[in-house]
Design a protein around this ligand. Structure first.
Ligand code: NAD
Length: 359
């Protein structure tokens, strides 16, 4: 049966990079028998321009009906002075919470051809392939009570609550273990169980869930040590699973190990495998409309969509290998350019990946 994919180009470089992903999806549909239908919607600043809201009703309806969503990026300086509830980011937050996308997958992969782009020594990061699974809809970012209040002594104090139910921990653990089954079968759960009760429960549930996955090994690290290990010896990790707050920080550390924001895809999944896929970077208004943005993070987001929502692992491998071959041929957009390589623009990079699908 044909799967419905909703395309949300968004703002800035969004439409340019999404155009490359759409060319790829059309090729997969016509030449590789991928059964999909594509629809488009407006979100972010584009949604506001279209109908006065960053998440138009119509877009949300299409999103609910879709099997998977591919998003470019949202935001731009022209929207910065809008009231908070009309800003482009509200569109993103709104769609994530409306669809219950609780699992954020952030791979950090360093293609050996790009090892020079990392600030770490090539031998430390070359061939790096980590998947960070971050809980996205719970924890301290949403816990109640929260606020700023005045104490009896007149001092003001700010407070938040880090809270997780067993059910919330269990479902993110299951996502991490399921992913590990498709990889090297190692899960490292990151917490702060030496200090926080919420982490004690986190660890207990992780151990319990791991009993259902005898083929996967489970280890635990405190978050401070995990941050250190990520920059000391990152290749020791396969899947890391952690809470919203810790994942926010660790996924950015892991991203920087790879050196280029233009190469990093992401996925946010619900309990049934439906997902929203998007590059990690923003709308890059400084380079929008110039045909110089790197489309590979978006193309790799398509690969994640094939793997995690469309059950097309073989096609996902084909796309990943095509990207790898294009890099091996020396093609580079400006953000990953090094001397001796061939500098290409957004469209040529997109074309090259499609060409390399058949190599
Ligand atoms: P950004 O990621 O857009 O850009 C940071 C830097 O990286 C810029 O110099 C940009 O030119 C470069 N860059 C980003 N993507 C690139 C690509 N594909 N190829 C080559 N270079 C690339 O972050 P920012 O400048 O902080 O934010 C710009 C806008 O994007 C803001 O409005 C922000 O709110 C929004 N934003 C959106 C998302 C999202 O949609 N998920 C994420 C982050 C920021």
């Amino acid at each position: 049966m044909s799967k419905k994919i909703l395309i949300l180009p968004g703002d800035g470089i969004g439409p340019e990079i999404i155009a490359q992903a759409m060319k790829l999806l059309e090729t997969l549909k016509h030449d590789f028998d991928l059964k999909i239908t594509l629809e488009q919607g407006a979100i972010g600043g584009a949604g506001y321009d279209d109908c006065g809201h960053p998440l138009p009703e119509h877009t949300l309806k299409l999103a609910r009906e879709a099997d998977a969503i591919l998003l470019g990026a949202v935001g731009g300086p022209q929207y910065d002075s809008l009231p908070r509830e009309l800003r482009p980011e509200r569109g993103l937050l709104g769609i994530r919470s409306a669809l219950g996308l609780f699992a954020n997958l952030r791979p950090a992969i360093l293609y050996p051809q790009l090892a020079g782009a990392s600030t770490l020594r090539a031998e430390v990061v070359s061939g790096l392939d980590i998947m960070i699974v971050r809980e996205l809809t719970g924890g301290i970012y949403f816990g109640q009570p929260r606020g700023i209040r005045t104490r009896e002594d007149g001092q003001r104090e700010g407070f938040n609550t880090m809270i997780y139910t067993e059910a919330e921990i269990e479902r993110i653990m299951r996502t991490a273990f399921d992913i590990a089954l498709k990889r090297q079968r190692r899960v490292c759960s990151v917490d702060k169980a030496n200090v926080l009760e919420v982490s004690e429960l986190w660890r207990e549930v992780a151990e319990r869930v791991s009993k259902d996955y005898p083929e996967v090994s489970l280890s635990h690290l405190y978050v401070d040590n995990a941050a250190m290990q990520l920059v000391r010896a990152p290749k020791q990790f396969d899947v890391m699973v952690t809470s919203n707050l810790f994942g926010d920080v660790l996924s950015d550390i892991a991203a920087m190990l790879t050196g280029s924001i233009g190469m990093l895809p992401s996925a946010s999944l619900d309990a049934n495998g439906k997902g929203m896929y998007e590059p990690v970077h923003g709308s890059a208004p400084d380079i929008a409309g110039q045909d110089i943005a790197n489309p590979l993070a978006t193309i790799l987001s398509v690969s994640m969509m094939l793997r995690y929502s469309l059950d097309e692992a073989a096609l996902a491998d084909t796309v990943d290998q095509a990207v790898s071959r294009v890099l091996a041929h020396g093609l580079r957009t400006g953000d990953i350019y090094t001397e001796g390589c061939e500098r290409v623009g957004t469209q040529l990079m997109g074309d090259a990946v499609i060409e390399a699908l058949r190599d």
